[in-house]
Unconditional design. Structure first.
Length: 248
């Protein structure tokens, strides 16, 4: 049954006996757009609650994903203090899908911690993957914005060419489709720039081809969901440092 993390206690965590805590808390407390309120932001409450529970129910492994601004924050310092006190080995990385050859910028801070020695981070395969391989062959007509939108923001919109071997898309956010700037790229086509579909964005984020959103999901909801997601390829790369990566 779904539960609010704030209502979780140490007995719950001990009963669940998870091998790994994967934490992707809200990023707004650590961004300029979110006013960088850090641990004073109510959206940090769930993470701070889990940090308080670490002493009573420490998991074998723990990992955190957030925006680069999380590093050096007060919340980050509280987490590191707890992990160091409990004897975890900790490593931190600032990684982007482009480091793995994926044509999408989504630079994030990653922390991995374990009670046993961590493994070496494997060498990254940075072979370039073309943007065109992530695109729908028959995109929906609703992906083309209303006339006048693109000309109004032509100096601010990030436009990429589908056949450019070096094309890299900007980071797609939950505001994509609502905000034409700083929320993701547009794709150049013979009939004018169009937006990327949620499925195309999921491909750029490393989701498998058989992953599907509900067929009746409104387009705006799809963009919001994928904008709040993470890069599966980078996560897969990062967690290979955890001792459990060699199990089985």
């Amino acid at each position: 049954m779904p539960r609010n993390i704030d209502s979780t206690d140490a007995a719950d965590l001990e009963r669940w006996a998870a091998d790994l805590w994967w934490l992707s808390p809200p990023c707004q407390p650590f961004t300029r757009r979110g006013l960088e309120r850090d641990d004073a932001d109510p959206r940090s409450a769930s993470l701070l609650h889990l940090i308080e529970l670490l002493d009573r129910a420490p998991p074998p492994c723990l990992a955190v994903e957030n925006v680069p601004g999380f590093a050096g924050s007060r919340t980050h310092a509280r987490l590191r203090t707890a992990l160091d006190r409990l004897g975890y080995e900790v490593r931190e990385h600032d990684l982007c899908p482009t480091d793995l050859g994926i044509p999408n910028r989504r630079r994030r801070f990653y922390l991995v911690a374990a009670q046993e020695p961590l493994l070496d981070l494997p060498a990254a395969d940075s072979s370039r993957r073309p943007l065109a391989s992530h695109l729908d062959p028959d995109p929906a007509a609703e992906l083309w914005p209303a006339p006048g939108l693109v000309p109004r923001y032509r100096h601010a919109i990030d436009l990429v060419e589908p056949d450019d071997p070096g094309a890299v898309t900007a980071c797609f956010t939950a505001a994509y489709g609502r905000s034409p700037v700083r929320s993701g790229s547009y794709l150049a086509t013979p009939t004018g720039p169009r937006r990327f579909s949620p499925i195309e964005i999921l491909r750029l984020l490393g989701f498998p081809d058989d992953y599907r959103l509900p067929a009746d999901l409104p387009l705006a909801n799809g963009w919001r969901l994928v904008g709040n997601s993470l890069s599966v390829d980078v996560v897969r790369h990062v967690i290979q440092q955890l001792p459990m990566a060699t199990a089985g």
